[in-house]
Structures are given as C-alpha cells and as structure tokens.
Design a protein around this ligand. Structure first.
Ligand code: URA
Length: 444
C-alpha cells in the first residue's frame, strides 16, 4: 500500500509534511482544507504516493461536506499543475471552446466547431468518449471512415492555423490527476459533487489554453443535474473558476428532459449533424447550435458576424470537410448503418407530452451505441431514431421510434427501458417542458 504520510519534495512546499488521514478527517468533520493540504493530496495522488482508498475517502467526504470557493479554486489549480498546459496564444485568431456537461443526443459539438471556425474564431476541442448513457464526441466521429482522434500539440496547432477547428482526444499529459480521479469517482459513487465536477471540467478546459469558454450545463432527467437550482449552482461555480483563471466564461443552462434532436447513437448523430451543416436538421439542434455559436463568438469578441449565414452559405460545411480530412477521415464516405431495425409504434392517438431523455439514452446504450466499461467497443450504427418529439400529435399504429443494432438480441432490453418512457395524452394537451435555453449565467 502507498504511504499514508510523507514529505512533498518539490519547489512549492519543500519540507511541508502532511498526513493523509488528518486531511481526510478534517474534511469528514467539515473543516476547510488549506491550500498546501490540497496541493499535497493532488500531487501525492498523481505520483502514486497516496493510496486509492485514501483519495476515495476524501472524495466521499467532499461529496458529503462540499468545498468553499477558495478550496474549489485551489483544487482546480492543483489539478492543472499535475500536468502540462497547452498554449494557443501564438495563433492569428482568437480561440473559443464549448463544453457540455453531457446529455442524450447531444451532437452539438459536431456542427458547432466548424461553424464557429467558419466565423473566424479558432476552436480547440478536446473531447472524450462516452461512458454510461451519455455519448462521447470521439465515438461519434470515429464512425467516419479513417478519422483519427489522436493529435500531438504541434499537429493540433497546425490544424487550428490551417482549418480553424480541431476535435481530438486529450493527451495523457493534460491534467493527469483528473484522469485518475475521474476513474476512481466513477466506481466509488463520488461523481455527483458540484466541487468535484466543476474542478474536473474546468481544470481540463483551463489547461487546454482556450481564450473563451461557453459551458452548456444540461438540466433534466438525462443530465447530472436534475433540477434548475442544482444546474445553476454548477454553472456559477464553473463560470467563477474560468473567470478567476482569466478565461472569458459564460454558461447556458439547457433542457435535457428529452433527447436533443431526432437521433441518439454515433453514426446516426453524425448524419443529423450533416443535415444541420447543410442548412436543415431538427429545429432544437439548429437553435442550440446557433445559441452556443453566438455566445462563443461574443466571448471571443466577434459580435459582427451572424453564424446562421455560415450555415446557409455552406461555409460551415466546408470547414467540416477540411477538419475531417485533416484527421484522416473521408468526409464523403457512406456512414455505417446497423444491420437490424425494430420499430416501436404509438399505442394510441393523442399528443406526445413526454419522452424521457434518460430512458432513450439507456436504450441506445443497450443497443450497442455506448459502453459499460472503458475497454468495450461501440457499434457505429446502433442507436435510436425518434419520429415524434414532445408536443407532436401522434396516431396509434404510427412509428414513435426506430431502434437500430447489429445484434438483435439487444432489442428486448432496450424495449424494456423504453416502457413508460413516453406519455401520450388526450388531444389538445400540452407538454410541461422547460424551454430549450433555460437561463444564462455570466461573470459577475
Ligand atoms: N465531466 C467531467 O469531465 N468531469 C466530471 O466530473 C463530470 C463530467
């Protein structure tokens, strides 16, 4: 087992001795942690000098007791200091990035990054893979033949200069503390903490070196934050962290009660994103893409351009093709399709008043679009196609959803979770839904 206490031998706290158990007890008993205590825990954990169970105990104490603004800022700072920082300040154009806290059918990064680049602002997007019911942007892009997620910092910089947009995997040197801690939190019931979520997300975004950041904080059944109040606290915490670190940061709270758009699943979502880039696509995906693009452009100081023009005139599609080709992908290749389909029919006439995001996300996952363990392989064509969204009038016997998979033995478990995921009310009823963009949170 790793030692429980020791001397941190680096420049910052030479000769400072800490005992991990004292620090865990302090947070357990609701005391504030000092800056040197936080630095020591993160550094010792990253270096492998702190036992996994000790970090797990501290994470649980933080879930239960929380951290104040100073502690969260220091925790974030210590996480950033665990690895390298990227620097795009030499680029000729400003940079802006977007981060979503994760939702179902959330393919917005795909049309958004090329759209904002087409408006003259560079987008360095470090993305991840899906785990559980929320999809990952890299899994979606990997359904494009030949596309590669790994780029060195030099390749990233060159692509940002040439094309203006990069979506790639974060290198192992970017916030290594989060890489370890996130995996630990995932298996110890310690994901759901505003302090830990905010510091995890913001350490990566600050280390990535973007000049401006727009956060899409999801709220509803398909999101980490189930209520507007909780989402507001998370958004405020992240906006404050970004602002204090010199990153122009804004957050939008957006609806995740129901899936975004009409597709959930990797290749299905790429296909829908291409429709948006071609000037069409579902209205909610277009509206959110434009709302986030306007925020990113404004945060980067470009209020003179309307991104809707770049969807209309093909400018965004042009950047998309160059962005995919620059990473080895064939933008004209046929996207994979699942071998088997099952159509779920509406049981009655009426108005669809509810379609639960979480249930549809879990169904897509069970069909093979997501993974249960990091090493699982996802099916590119698997997922759910939605034919009616809340507010739509439906007729009994008409298709509500089409389920796609290569492995038809998965249909039953997907159908199980969809039981009770939707509600058809009498004609004339209206769904009680949050608006797509619920609220905006900016720096004080
Ligand atoms: N996404 C992250 O990167 N970290 C979290 O803690 C939660 C979501």
């Amino acid at each position: 087992m790793a030692p429980t206490s020791g001397l941190l031998r680096d420049d910052r706290h030479m000769n400072a001795a800490f005992d991990a158990v004292d620090i865990i007890r302090a947070k357990r008993d609701d005391h504030e942690l000092t800056d040197p205590q936080i630095d020591w825990m993160i550094q010792a954990y990253t270096d492998g000098r702190l036992a996994e169970e000790q970090m797990a105990a501290l994470a649980m104490a933080i879930v239960l007791r929380g951290m104040n603004r100073r502690e969260i800022a220091r925790w974030t700072h210590a996480m950033i200091a665990s690895g390298e920082r990227l620097d795009f300040s030499g680029l000729s154009r400003p940079t802006a990035d977007k981060h979503s806290t994760g939702g179902v059918g959330d393919k917005i990064t795909l049309p958004l990054a090329p759209l904002v680049a087409a408006c003259g602002v560079a987008v360095p997007q470090l993305s991840g893979r899906g785990l559980g019911h929320t999809g990952g942007t890299l899994d979606k892009l990997e359904s494009i033949s030949g596309w590669r997620p790994e780029l060195s910092p030099e390749q990233m910089l060159r692509q940002l200069d040439d094309v203006g947009a990069v979506i790639c995997a974060a290198g192992a040197d970017l916030v290594p503390a989060d890489r370890k801690l996130y995996a630990l939190r995932d298996v110890t019931g310690t994901v759901e903490s505003v302090a830990l979520i905010a510091s995890s997300i913001m350490s990566k975004k600050i280390a990535e070196g973007t000049g401006a950041l727009v956060l899409d904080v999801k709220v509803g059944s398909g999101a980490f934050m189930k209520t507007v109040e909780d989402a507001r606290v998370l958004a405020r915490t992240m906006v404050d962290l970004g602002t204090d670190a010199g990153v122009h940061t804004v957050a939008l709270l957006t609806n995740m009660q129901t899936p975004l758009g009409l597709t959930v699943g990797n290749a299905l979502e790429v296909r829908e994103s291409l429709e948006v880039l071609a000037g069409g696509g579902p209205p909610d995906v277009v509206e959110l893409t434009l709302a986030l693009a306007r925020e990113m452009l404004a945060a980067a100081g470009r209020t003179d351009i309307d991104p809707a023009d770049r969807l209309r005139d093909g400018g965004a599609m042009d950047v998309w093709r160059r962005m995919i080709a620059a990473q080895g992908g064939d933008p004209h290749a046929e996207l994979p399709r699942a071998r088997e389909k099952h159509v779920l029919l509406a049981p009655a006439d009426g108005v669809l008043t509810q379609l639960d995001a979480m249930a549809v996300g879990v169904a897509a996952w069970r069909l093979g679009a997501g993974r249960a363990r990091k090493e699982d392989v996802v099916q590119a064509g698997a997922g759910v196609e939605i034919h009616a969204k809340p507010g739509a009038v439906v007729r009994g016997g008409e298709p509500l959803m089409t389920l796609h998979t290569d492995t038809p033995e998965r249909f039953d478990r997907a159908l199980d979770v969809l039981q009770g995921s939707y509600f058809i009310a009498a004609e004339g009823s209206r769904p009680d839904l949050l608006p797509l963009v619920v609220e905006r949170v900016a720096a004080h």
